[in-house]
Write a protein that binds this ligand. Structure first.
Ligand code: UGA
Length: 239
């Protein structure tokens, strides 16, 4: 199966460094198609150049988040990529595939992609450094079924899973054309707003050794001192 990785991205001082870093990972993944959606009115040369240089098979799109949408970063961009998949494979000629929402600031292991490749419906695994924990995960019972969430943040959510912690079979995306990310979802409810339309908890497929191994690490840009320092330097240079 082909892995379709959907990456929203937006202009900031570390954008190019982040994109090059994940491109260096993604280019090592066989049978991989990168759908990069810029949060911008027009596609930029910066992103175009990274994509061209990467050697990765890609689709380059853009849609600007309106100023009044302040929550749900990347939601419109992910929805556009879902629309692209539905349009492209509308004639029933979809390849065997799996869809993964790969934000541009996370750290991905190569093993992660082989874990997700054979997803029947929706596969799940732990996400390192997410939700104020060393890692967030799911509860798996002795029969290998997902029965709940191992999270600190908002544990009563219908699907308490970070964007980086699941992948969806392409057919499921095509069979549920109305499944989209809700741009008005409050914090942490963006993932469930999409997942409730495609899967039930009992059908989740735990990967990564029954969800005990971390293969992806979340990145909190807000908490990162380097970002703050770079921002200060940038302001200094502008002045
Ligand atoms: C967390 C989750 O990891 C996101 O998947 C989720 O969309 C978000 O919360 C939410 O619920 O709103 P967070 O760390 O707050 O994400 O956001 P970022 O990692 O900064 O952004 C997520 C993705 O959206 C990134 O790929 C980023 O490049 C993109 N983004 C961010 C935009 O396209 N536009 C923006 O204005 C900000």
């Amino acid at each position: 199966p082909v892995i379709f990785a959907i990456t929203p991205t937006y202009k900031r001082i570390v954008q190019k460094a982040d994109l090059i870093q994940i491109a260096n990972t993604f280019r090592q993944v066989p049978s991989f198609h990168w759908i990069v959606v810029e949060d911008a009115i027009n596609k930029t040369n910066l992103v175009r150049n990274v994509l061209r240089m990467s050697g990765i098979r890609y689709t380059h799109l853009c849609i600007k988040t309106p100023a009044e949408v302040t929550k749900s970063k990347g939601a419109l961009q992910r929805n556009m990529a879902l629309s692209w998949l539905r349009y492209t494979f509308s004639a029933g000629k979809a390849p065997a595939g799996v869809v993964y929402f790969a934000d541009d600031d996370n750290t991905y292991t190569l093993e992660l992609f082989e874990e997700m490749r054979y997803t029947k419906k929706v596969s799940v695994w732990p996400v390192g450094l997410a939700g104020g924990l060393r890692y967030e995960s799911v509860k798996v019972n002795k029969d290998g079924k997902v029965v709940g969430w191992k999270v600190k943040y908002a544990p009563t959510r219908p699907f308490a899973i970070d964007m980086a912690g699941f992948a969806v079979n392409l057919n499921l995306i095509l069979e549920n054309p109305k499944a989209l990310f809700q741009i008005n979802a409050k914090g942490g409810y963006l993932e469930p707003s999409f997942l409730i339309d495609v899967v039930q908890m009992k059908d989740l497929e735990p990967k990564a050794n029954n969800c005990t191994k971390v293969g992806v690490y979340y990145f909190y840009s807000e908490n990162d001192k380097l970002h703050q320092n770079v921002f200060e330097i940038q302001r200094f240079l502008v002045v």
